[in-house]
Design a protein around this ligand. Structure first.
Ligand SMILES: NC(=O)c1ccc[n+]([C@@H]2O[C@H](COP(=O)([O-])OP(=O)(O)OC[C@H]3O[C@@H](n4cnc5c(N)ncnc54)[C@H](OP(=O)(O)O)[C@@H]3O)[C@@H](O)[C@H]2O)c1
Length: 247
C-alpha cells in the first residue's frame, strides 16, 4: 500500500495524474447525503474503488452496486480509523443536520471536520477534499445562514482552517446554493476564497470538481468557490484551477 501511495504522490506531484492512474485507488466518501450519493456514482464511473461512510447503514440511501458501505460518525473520532483503513483519498460531504448538539455546526462542520482531517493524516491519506460553502468564515451573526443554522458559516470557516493547518494535502471546494441535477450539463465558474460568487450549482457538478481535485496538482493546497455559469463551455473549468491562488 505504501508503494502504491508513493507512486500516486509522484504522479500527482509531477502533473501526470490521469484517471488511469487513479483507477483502482480507494476513495472514502464521508456522508451519503444529497451530495455524497451522486459523488459516489461519479467516482465509480471514473474507475475508483469507493467506500462510503454513513452514520447508520440501515438508513443508507440508494447506494451504487459495488460500493462498500461502512459506519462512522465524525463526532465520535474513535469510529474514523477503521473507515479510513486502506483508503488513498478522502472526500468529505458532511454537514450538520441541525442546530442541536451533538449534530450541530460546531460539532460537525468544525470539530468533526477537524477530527476527520487529523484521522486522515494519521492514516496516510494522499489527498483530502472538503466540501464547504461559499462565505465559510463569515462571523456575522446577522448573516441569514449564521442566524438560522447556529453560526454555521463561522464553524465551517474554523473547520477549513483546521484542514489547512493539519499538514494533509487538501483541496477545499466551496459551492454556491446546491441543486439536484445531472452532472456535466452546464459550465462552471471558479473563484478564489473570498470572491463570494453568487449563484447556484448542481450537487453532481460539485462532485465532478471534487473528483477532479483528487489527482490534479493544480488543486493542491487551494480553496475554490464554484457556481454554475450558463453559456460557458461545459468542461472549461478543468483549466481554471491553475489561476486559483493557494489558500
Ligand atoms: N444546501 C446548500 O445550498 C449548500 C450550499 C453550499 C454548501 N453546502 C454544504 O455542502 C455539504 C453537502 O450538502 P448537502 O445538502 O448535500 O448535504 P446533506 O444531504 O444534508 O448531507 C449531509 C451529510 O452529512 C452527514 N453527517 C451529518 N452529521 C454527521 C456526522 N456526525 N458524522 C458523519 N456524517 C454526518 C449526513 O449523514 P446522515 O445521512 O447519517 O445524516 C449526510 O450524509 C454540507 O456541508 C452543506 O453545508 C450546502
Amino acid at each position: 500500500m505504501r508503494f502504491v501511495k508513493a507512486i500516486v504522490a509522484f504522479v500527482a506531484a509531477f502533473g501526470l495524474a490521469t484517471t488511469a492512474y487513479a483507477a483502482g485507488e480507494t476513495v472514502l466518501v464521508v456522508g451519503g447525503g444529497k451530495s455524497g450519493l451522486p459523488l459516489v456514482k461519479i467516482l465509480k464511473e471514473q474507475g475508483y474503488k469507493v467506500r462510503l461512510s454513513v452514520r447508520d447503514k440501515s438508513k443508507a440511501g440508494d447506494v451504487e452496486a459495488g460500493v462498500e458501505v461502512v459506519e462512522a460518525d465524525v463526532t465520535k473520532p474513535e469510529t474514523l480509523a477503521s473507515a479510513l483503513k486502506g483508503a488513498t483519498f478522502v472526500i468529505s460531504t458532511i454537514g450538520a443536520g441541525g442546530v442541536e448538539p451533538p449534530n450541530n455546526a460546531e460539532n460537525v462542520d468544525y470539530k468533526g471536520v477537524a477530527s476527520l482531517a487529523d484521522a486522515s493524516k494519521a492514516a496516510g491519506i494522499m489527498h483530502f477534499v472538503l466540501m464547504s460553502s461559499i462565505s465559510a468564515g463569515d462571523t456575522n451573526p446577522e448573516t441569514f445562514l449564521n442566524k438560522r443554522f447556529g453560526m454555521v458559516l463561522m464553524w465551517k470557516g474554523k473547520g477549513e482552517e483546521h484542514v489547512r493547518k493539519s499538514g494533509i494535502s487538501y483541496t477545499i471546494v466551496r459551492p454556491g446554493g446546491l441543486q439536484n441535477c445531472d452532472p456535466g450539463k452546464v459550465g462552471l465558474k471558479f473563484g478564489p476564497a473570498g470572491a463570494n460568487l453568487a449563484g447556484r450549482i448542481c450537487r453532481s457538478d460539485v462532485g465532478l470538481v471534487m473528483a477532479d481535485a483528487l489527482t490534479n496538482k493544480d488543486a493542491v493546497g487551494k480553496t475554490v468557490e464554484v457556481i454554475s455559469e450558463d453559456g460557458a463551455p461545459v468542461t472549461a473549468w478543468k483549466g481554471a484551477w491553475a489561476a486559483i491562488p493557494k489558500s
